[in-house]
Ligand binder design. Structure first.
Ligand SMILES: [Zn+2]
Length: 307
Protein backbone atom coordinates (compact mmCIF):
# COMPACT_ATOMS: atom_id res chain seq x y z
CA UNK A 1 0.00 0.00 0.00
CA UNK A 2 1.39 3.34 -1.06
CA UNK A 3 2.24 5.80 1.69
CA UNK A 4 2.90 9.45 1.00
CA UNK A 5 6.38 10.76 1.71
CA UNK A 6 6.77 13.95 3.76
CA UNK A 7 8.40 15.87 0.91
CA UNK A 8 6.13 17.69 -1.53
CA UNK A 9 5.21 15.64 -4.58
CA UNK A 10 3.03 16.77 -7.47
CA UNK A 11 4.13 14.68 -10.44
CA UNK A 12 4.75 11.02 -11.17
CA UNK A 13 7.03 9.95 -14.02
CA UNK A 14 6.85 6.62 -15.78
CA UNK A 15 9.93 4.96 -17.30
CA UNK A 16 11.01 1.73 -18.91
CA UNK A 17 14.27 -0.08 -18.26
CA UNK A 18 15.11 -0.31 -21.99
CA UNK A 19 15.90 -3.99 -21.60
CA UNK A 20 13.90 -7.14 -22.27
CA UNK A 21 16.52 -9.46 -20.79
CA UNK A 22 15.16 -11.68 -18.02
CA UNK A 23 18.42 -11.32 -16.08
CA UNK A 24 17.84 -7.54 -15.95
CA UNK A 25 14.34 -8.00 -14.50
CA UNK A 26 15.85 -7.35 -11.10
CA UNK A 27 16.01 -4.12 -9.10
CA UNK A 28 19.54 -5.05 -7.96
CA UNK A 29 20.74 -5.06 -11.57
CA UNK A 30 19.19 -1.65 -12.19
CA UNK A 31 20.75 -0.41 -8.95
CA UNK A 32 24.19 -1.53 -10.17
CA UNK A 33 23.64 0.30 -13.48
CA UNK A 34 22.75 3.46 -11.65
CA UNK A 35 25.61 3.19 -9.14
CA UNK A 36 27.93 2.82 -12.14
CA UNK A 37 26.49 6.08 -13.48
CA UNK A 38 27.42 7.81 -10.23
CA UNK A 39 24.01 7.82 -8.53
CA UNK A 40 24.00 6.96 -4.84
CA UNK A 41 21.19 4.42 -5.26
CA UNK A 42 18.81 3.12 -7.90
CA UNK A 43 17.18 6.19 -9.48
CA UNK A 44 13.56 4.96 -9.35
CA UNK A 45 11.20 4.53 -6.41
CA UNK A 46 9.36 1.58 -7.91
CA UNK A 47 10.32 -1.14 -10.36
CA UNK A 48 7.61 -3.25 -11.99
CA UNK A 49 8.70 -6.71 -13.08
CA UNK A 50 7.27 -8.56 -16.09
CA UNK A 51 5.36 -10.67 -13.59
CA UNK A 52 3.57 -7.57 -12.29
CA UNK A 53 5.42 -7.71 -9.01
CA UNK A 54 6.50 -4.32 -7.71
CA UNK A 55 9.90 -3.83 -6.07
CA UNK A 56 10.74 -0.76 -4.01
CA UNK A 57 13.74 1.17 -5.17
CA UNK A 58 15.14 4.21 -3.44
CA UNK A 59 13.18 5.46 -0.41
CA UNK A 60 10.21 7.64 -1.36
CA UNK A 61 11.50 10.31 0.98
CA UNK A 62 14.44 10.88 -1.38
CA UNK A 63 13.96 12.69 -4.68
CA UNK A 64 14.59 10.37 -7.65
CA UNK A 65 17.47 10.45 -10.14
CA UNK A 66 15.37 9.69 -13.17
CA UNK A 67 14.36 12.77 -15.15
CA UNK A 68 17.33 15.08 -15.49
CA UNK A 69 16.46 18.54 -14.07
CA UNK A 70 12.89 17.36 -13.42
CA UNK A 71 13.40 15.29 -10.30
CA UNK A 72 12.18 17.63 -7.57
CA UNK A 73 8.59 17.01 -6.51
CA UNK A 74 8.34 13.71 -8.37
CA UNK A 75 7.96 9.98 -7.91
CA UNK A 76 9.65 7.74 -10.49
CA UNK A 77 8.29 4.37 -11.59
CA UNK A 78 10.10 2.03 -14.01
CA UNK A 79 8.64 -0.90 -15.90
CA UNK A 80 11.05 -3.59 -17.05
CA UNK A 81 10.90 -3.77 -20.82
CA UNK A 82 12.08 -2.42 -24.12
CA UNK A 83 9.99 -3.59 -27.07
CA UNK A 84 6.41 -2.47 -26.86
CA UNK A 85 5.04 -5.98 -27.50
CA UNK A 86 7.03 -7.39 -24.61
CA UNK A 87 5.43 -5.39 -21.81
CA UNK A 88 2.87 -7.54 -20.02
CA UNK A 89 -0.73 -7.03 -18.98
CA UNK A 90 0.35 -7.88 -15.44
CA UNK A 91 2.74 -4.92 -15.57
CA UNK A 92 0.08 -2.56 -16.85
CA UNK A 93 -2.34 -3.71 -14.16
CA UNK A 94 0.31 -3.26 -11.47
CA UNK A 95 1.13 0.23 -12.79
CA UNK A 96 -2.53 1.20 -12.84
CA UNK A 97 -3.08 -0.06 -9.35
CA UNK A 98 -0.01 1.72 -7.98
CA UNK A 99 -0.94 4.97 -9.74
CA UNK A 100 -4.52 4.72 -8.48
CA UNK A 101 -3.19 4.46 -4.93
CA UNK A 102 -0.87 7.41 -5.44
CA UNK A 103 -3.70 9.42 -7.01
CA UNK A 104 -5.98 8.67 -4.07
CA UNK A 105 -3.29 9.50 -1.52
CA UNK A 106 -2.91 12.93 -3.13
CA UNK A 107 -6.66 13.47 -3.56
CA UNK A 108 -6.16 13.57 -7.34
CA UNK A 109 -3.98 16.66 -7.02
CA UNK A 110 -1.09 14.97 -8.76
CA UNK A 111 -0.33 14.36 -12.42
CA UNK A 112 1.22 11.47 -14.30
CA UNK A 113 3.73 11.75 -17.11
CA UNK A 114 6.11 9.84 -19.33
CA UNK A 115 9.82 10.53 -19.20
CA UNK A 116 9.53 11.53 -22.89
CA UNK A 117 7.57 14.64 -21.87
CA UNK A 118 10.64 16.22 -20.32
CA UNK A 119 13.46 14.63 -22.31
CA UNK A 120 14.31 13.90 -25.90
CA UNK A 121 13.71 10.19 -25.39
CA UNK A 122 11.01 7.71 -26.26
CA UNK A 123 10.95 6.38 -22.68
CA UNK A 124 8.74 4.65 -21.54
CA UNK A 125 8.07 3.22 -25.07
CA UNK A 126 4.59 1.89 -24.24
CA UNK A 127 1.46 4.04 -24.38
CA UNK A 128 1.32 5.17 -20.77
CA UNK A 129 -1.36 7.78 -21.62
CA UNK A 130 -3.70 4.98 -22.65
CA UNK A 131 -2.71 2.61 -19.87
CA UNK A 132 -3.38 5.27 -17.21
CA UNK A 133 -6.23 6.98 -19.11
CA UNK A 134 -4.58 10.36 -18.76
CA UNK A 135 -6.06 13.64 -19.92
CA UNK A 136 -3.95 16.42 -21.39
CA UNK A 137 -2.87 17.57 -17.96
CA UNK A 138 -1.82 14.10 -16.93
CA UNK A 139 -4.77 13.57 -14.59
CA UNK A 140 -5.30 9.93 -13.78
CA UNK A 141 -8.48 8.50 -15.22
CA UNK A 142 -8.12 4.83 -14.43
CA UNK A 143 -9.60 2.94 -11.58
CA UNK A 144 -7.92 0.69 -9.14
CA UNK A 145 -9.02 -2.87 -8.86
CA UNK A 146 -7.30 -2.84 -5.49
CA UNK A 147 -8.39 -1.26 -2.27
CA UNK A 148 -9.24 2.41 -2.15
CA UNK A 149 -9.76 4.68 0.81
CA UNK A 150 -13.17 6.09 1.65
CA UNK A 151 -11.82 9.52 0.81
CA UNK A 152 -11.17 8.71 -2.83
CA UNK A 153 -11.33 11.92 -4.81
CA UNK A 154 -13.79 12.70 -7.59
CA UNK A 155 -16.58 10.93 -5.89
CA UNK A 156 -19.17 13.49 -5.01
CA UNK A 157 -21.48 11.01 -3.37
CA UNK A 158 -19.32 10.17 -0.41
CA UNK A 159 -19.32 13.68 1.05
CA UNK A 160 -19.46 14.14 4.78
CA UNK A 161 -20.64 17.37 6.32
CA UNK A 162 -17.81 18.86 8.32
CA UNK A 163 -17.57 21.60 10.91
CA UNK A 164 -15.01 23.21 13.19
CA UNK A 165 -13.45 20.71 15.55
CA UNK A 166 -14.00 17.67 13.33
CA UNK A 167 -11.16 15.21 12.78
CA UNK A 168 -10.19 12.52 10.35
CA UNK A 169 -9.52 11.59 6.75
CA UNK A 170 -12.22 13.83 5.32
CA UNK A 171 -10.74 16.81 7.14
CA UNK A 172 -7.40 15.96 5.56
CA UNK A 173 -9.06 15.87 2.17
CA UNK A 174 -10.71 19.23 2.83
CA UNK A 175 -7.39 20.74 3.90
CA UNK A 176 -5.66 19.43 0.79
CA UNK A 177 -8.33 20.88 -1.47
CA UNK A 178 -8.19 24.23 0.33
CA UNK A 179 -4.42 24.33 0.36
CA UNK A 180 -4.04 24.64 4.12
CA UNK A 181 -1.71 22.62 6.33
CA UNK A 182 -2.96 19.04 6.44
CA UNK A 183 -3.38 18.18 10.11
CA UNK A 184 -6.56 16.13 10.06
CA UNK A 185 -8.10 18.52 12.56
CA UNK A 186 -10.58 21.19 11.48
CA UNK A 187 -8.67 24.05 13.09
CA UNK A 188 -8.69 27.86 12.96
CA UNK A 189 -6.64 28.03 9.77
CA UNK A 190 -9.07 25.65 8.06
CA UNK A 191 -12.04 27.62 9.34
CA UNK A 192 -10.67 30.84 7.91
CA UNK A 193 -10.10 29.20 4.49
CA UNK A 194 -13.57 27.64 4.47
CA UNK A 195 -15.14 31.02 5.23
CA UNK A 196 -13.06 32.71 2.52
CA UNK A 197 -13.97 29.98 0.05
CA UNK A 198 -17.66 30.27 0.81
CA UNK A 199 -17.53 34.06 0.56
CA UNK A 200 -15.82 33.76 -2.82
CA UNK A 201 -18.63 31.54 -3.98
CA UNK A 202 -21.29 33.85 -2.60
CA UNK A 203 -22.37 31.40 0.09
CA UNK A 204 -23.13 32.31 3.68
CA UNK A 205 -19.64 32.31 5.25
CA UNK A 206 -20.17 29.82 8.05
CA UNK A 207 -17.70 27.06 8.84
CA UNK A 208 -19.97 24.24 7.77
CA UNK A 209 -18.71 22.27 4.79
CA UNK A 210 -21.87 21.17 3.03
CA UNK A 211 -22.37 18.95 0.02
CA UNK A 212 -22.47 22.08 -2.13
CA UNK A 213 -19.07 23.17 -0.82
CA UNK A 214 -17.60 19.73 -1.53
CA UNK A 215 -18.93 19.91 -5.06
CA UNK A 216 -17.39 23.33 -5.61
CA UNK A 217 -14.10 22.11 -4.18
CA UNK A 218 -14.08 19.04 -6.40
CA UNK A 219 -15.19 20.83 -9.54
CA UNK A 220 -12.65 20.70 -12.35
CA UNK A 221 -11.13 24.14 -12.41
CA UNK A 222 -12.58 26.49 -15.00
CA UNK A 223 -12.84 24.08 -17.86
CA UNK A 224 -14.78 26.55 -19.92
CA UNK A 225 -12.45 29.52 -19.94
CA UNK A 226 -11.24 30.52 -23.36
CA UNK A 227 -8.69 33.18 -24.14
CA UNK A 228 -11.30 35.26 -25.94
CA UNK A 229 -13.65 35.68 -23.06
CA UNK A 230 -11.32 37.50 -20.69
CA UNK A 231 -13.68 40.46 -20.37
CA UNK A 232 -16.28 38.09 -18.99
CA UNK A 233 -14.06 36.50 -16.36
CA UNK A 234 -15.58 36.66 -12.91
CA UNK A 235 -12.77 36.96 -10.41
CA UNK A 236 -14.84 35.04 -7.89
CA UNK A 237 -14.53 31.93 -10.00
CA UNK A 238 -10.74 32.04 -10.20
CA UNK A 239 -9.10 29.58 -7.83
CA UNK A 240 -5.96 30.18 -5.82
CA UNK A 241 -3.00 28.62 -7.57
CA UNK A 242 0.54 27.70 -6.70
CA UNK A 243 3.31 25.54 -8.05
CA UNK A 244 1.89 22.11 -8.75
CA UNK A 245 -1.56 23.40 -9.74
CA UNK A 246 -2.83 22.52 -13.18
CA UNK A 247 -5.81 23.08 -15.42
CA UNK A 248 -7.34 25.82 -17.49
CA UNK A 249 -6.89 28.44 -14.77
CA UNK A 250 -3.15 27.82 -15.08
CA UNK A 251 -3.46 28.26 -18.85
CA UNK A 252 -5.09 31.61 -18.24
CA UNK A 253 -2.32 32.56 -15.82
CA UNK A 254 0.30 31.57 -18.39
CA UNK A 255 -1.35 33.77 -21.00
CA UNK A 256 -1.52 36.71 -18.63
CA UNK A 257 2.14 36.29 -17.75
CA UNK A 258 3.17 35.95 -21.43
CA UNK A 259 4.63 32.54 -20.91
CA UNK A 260 5.21 30.97 -24.31
CA UNK A 261 4.31 27.44 -23.30
CA UNK A 262 0.63 27.45 -22.39
CA UNK A 263 0.19 23.92 -21.12
CA UNK A 264 -1.89 24.36 -17.96
CA UNK A 265 0.91 23.14 -15.74
CA UNK A 266 2.21 25.39 -12.98
CA UNK A 267 5.89 24.47 -13.01
CA UNK A 268 9.04 26.27 -11.85
CA UNK A 269 9.05 28.67 -14.83
CA UNK A 270 5.53 29.85 -14.07
CA UNK A 271 6.48 30.18 -10.40
CA UNK A 272 9.43 32.33 -11.41
CA UNK A 273 7.17 34.59 -13.51
CA UNK A 274 4.60 34.87 -10.71
CA UNK A 275 7.29 35.85 -8.21
CA UNK A 276 8.61 38.50 -10.59
CA UNK A 277 5.12 39.82 -11.20
CA UNK A 278 4.35 40.04 -7.48
CA UNK A 279 7.66 41.72 -6.79
CA UNK A 280 6.83 44.40 -9.36
CA UNK A 281 3.75 45.22 -7.25
CA UNK A 282 5.72 45.17 -4.00
CA UNK A 283 4.03 41.97 -2.88
CA UNK A 284 5.88 39.21 -1.11
CA UNK A 285 7.36 37.21 -4.01
CA UNK A 286 5.91 33.77 -3.35
CA UNK A 287 4.42 31.48 -6.01
CA UNK A 288 0.90 31.82 -4.60
CA UNK A 289 -1.68 33.34 -6.93
CA UNK A 290 -4.61 34.52 -4.84
CA UNK A 291 -7.48 36.87 -5.54
CA UNK A 292 -5.31 39.95 -5.12
CA UNK A 293 -2.84 38.68 -7.72
CA UNK A 294 -5.63 37.68 -10.11
CA UNK A 295 -7.07 41.18 -9.79
CA UNK A 296 -3.73 42.75 -10.68
CA UNK A 297 -3.29 40.39 -13.62
CA UNK A 298 -6.77 41.14 -14.91
CA UNK A 299 -6.27 44.88 -14.55
CA UNK A 300 -2.97 44.73 -16.36
CA UNK A 301 -4.49 42.66 -19.13
CA UNK A 302 -7.47 44.95 -19.48
CA UNK A 303 -5.21 47.99 -19.80
CA UNK A 304 -3.20 46.27 -22.48
CA UNK A 305 -6.28 45.30 -24.42
CA UNK A 306 -7.55 48.90 -24.37
CA UNK A 307 -4.20 50.45 -25.26
ZN1 LIG B 1 13.17 7.10 -18.56
Amino acid sequence: MFEKPKRTVNRVFVHCSASDKPEDDDIEVIRQWHLARGFDDVGYHFFIHKSGLISSGRPLEKIPSAQESHNIGTIAICLHGYKIENFTTAQYNALRKLCAQINTAYFARISFHGHCEVADKSCPIFNYVQVLKLDKYGSFGGTSSGSTTPSQANNNNDFVELNYGDRGEMVKRLQTLLGVKVTGVYDDATLKKVKDFKTQHKLYPSGIVTKQVWELLNKPILDNISSNTQHAIDINTLPDLQQGSRGSAVELLQRYLFITTVDGIFGPKVAQAVKKFKKSYNLYPSDIVNRQVWQLLLNQNRKRTLA
